[in-house]
Write a protein that binds this ligand. Structure first.
Ligand code: NAD
Length: 383
């Protein structure tokens, strides 16, 4: 089976989809791998490193795309490259299928079997392929690093002859994978950490990291079968904001990570809440790419609100690109290995397999993912 790994096209992307150690693993399985020249440049991996791992190097991207049985990459494919792919080829990448309707239609029309890395089920067996988790974990770490370097305070308590320094107070809103890592990182730095999530099961996890869980009675909240938060009603969200306002005002750092899968992120911090924080405090809105948890955050920017810095940087894992590439590459490699069929020496796309079913969006000329198909049928493309 011939794989092609193109360079990322987004100028904002510092991560690399596949690193040489994964190439070696896939070559050992029996895969033939071709990578686009310069693939590893953003993280200082040379073409020679890929050659040494057993890949070949392509200089003609279109030609390599048109002959590949499978394409692996990080970000969604450019729309104008879909038609160049072979019918029946497999494409594995982030896809954002809830929002990229035109792209999903194009992949189906081209007969491409498209796997969305965001849709890998959150199950024990799929953990090793779970790119949402591997990247969110690093994002949580980076959020704390950014906050620490933007804050005029140190994080740990220090008792020195010159005086006692109180620990910085960090408040984390949303305790999924990113939030848990943010708590752990802030704790390691010595901060006093508080956290809140609408899923009650999280309280135990927060406490096990040595942080304090902020209790708010919002009535029925809960989570979906996949472990995702259920969307709050407008009244619940209003109640949450009122309860969070006090916590935010007391915090030196607020990190928001709250997301509702497949939907716009809830606005949890209003500008009035930011204005009530002490000047010099820092807010990191990790949900900014999904609409934002903080009313005044701006994608890719640092906004000053009466002396409070509101950081809305995109692609936080990209700030630790080498580690993030290693993790994403492992996720892709594990995906290929999991579905590898030794007999045919190829990756078998079995739409009946429950793991595959969860993340396969298009197959055999159709949108095969039930939720995405329903969503797309409800919102037909504008001609
Ligand atoms: P996510 O990125 O979808 O959301 C981040 C957090 O925001 C979640 O904890 C969510 O409950 C919270 N949230 C939503 N609305 C909120 C609000 N109004 N206020 C405060 N918090 C709010 O979450 P994620 O990190 O992708 O994790 C989703 C779930 O998947 C979790 O239950 C996690 O434990 C689970 N998970 C399971 C596995 C596995 O079993 N393999 C792997 C990874 C994650």
């Amino acid at each position: 089976m011939q794989f092609f790994i193109p360079k990322e096209t987004s100028t904002d992307e510092t991560r690399v989809s596949v690193i040489p150690v994964t190439i070696s693993k896939l070559v050992k399985l029996g895969a033939k791998i071709c990578v686009e020249t310069g693939l590893g440049t953003p993280i200082h991996i040379s073409d020679d490193d890929y050659l040494a791992a057993g890949a070949t190097i392509a200089t003609d991207r279109k030609a390599a795309l048109s002959t590949a049985d499978a394409v692996l990459r990080l970000r969604k494919p450019p729309l104008d490259e879909i038609a160049a792919m072979k019918r029946g080829a497999l494409h594995v990448s982030y896809l954002d299928p809830f929002n990229q309707h035109e792209l999903v239609h194009a992949l189906a029309a081209a007969g491409v079997s498209a796997v969305s890395m965001e849709m890998i089920p959150r199950t024990t067996v799929a953990q090793k392929m779970d790119a949402l988790s591997s990247q969110a974990n690093l994002g949580g770490y980076v959020a704390v690093m950014l906050a620490a370097s933007s804050s005029p305070l140190v994080f740990p308590m220090m008792m020195t002859p010159s005086g006692t320094i109180r620990p910085a107070r960090v408040f984390v809103i949303g305790v999924g994978v990113a939030g848990l890592q943010a708590i752990a990182t802030a704790k390691r730095l010595g901060a006093s950490v508080f956290a809140f999530d609408t899923r009650p099961v999280v309280e135990e996890q927060v406490k096990s990291l040595g942080a304090k869980f902020v209790k708010v009675d919002l009535g029925e909240t809960g989570q979906t079968a996949q472990g995702y938060a259920k969307e709050l009603t407008a009244e619940q969200l209003e109640k949450q904001r009122a309860a969070m306002a006090e916590q935010c005002a007391e915090a030196d750092i607020v990190i928001t990570t709250a997301q509702v899968f497949g939907r716009k992120s809830p606005v949890i911090m209003t500008t009035a809440m930011v204005e009530k924080m002490r000047a010099g405090s820092v807010v990191v809105d990790m949900a900014v790419e999904g609409g934002g948890n903080v009313e005044c955050s701006r994608l890719g920017e640092e906004v000053d609100v009466r002396g409070v810095k509101v950081l809305g940087y995109a692609n936080l894992p990209g700030r630790v690109a080498r580690t993030a590439s290693q993790m994403y590459s492992n996720n892709l490699g594990n995906f290929v290995e999991h579905f590898w069929d030794k007999e045919s020496s190829s990756l078998k796309v079995d739409p009946k397999d429950s793991l595959m079913q969860g993340c396969l969006i298009t197959h055999s000329g159709e949108i095969c993912h039930e939720n995405i198909r329903t969503l797309l049928q409800a919102t037909p493309l504008k001609s």
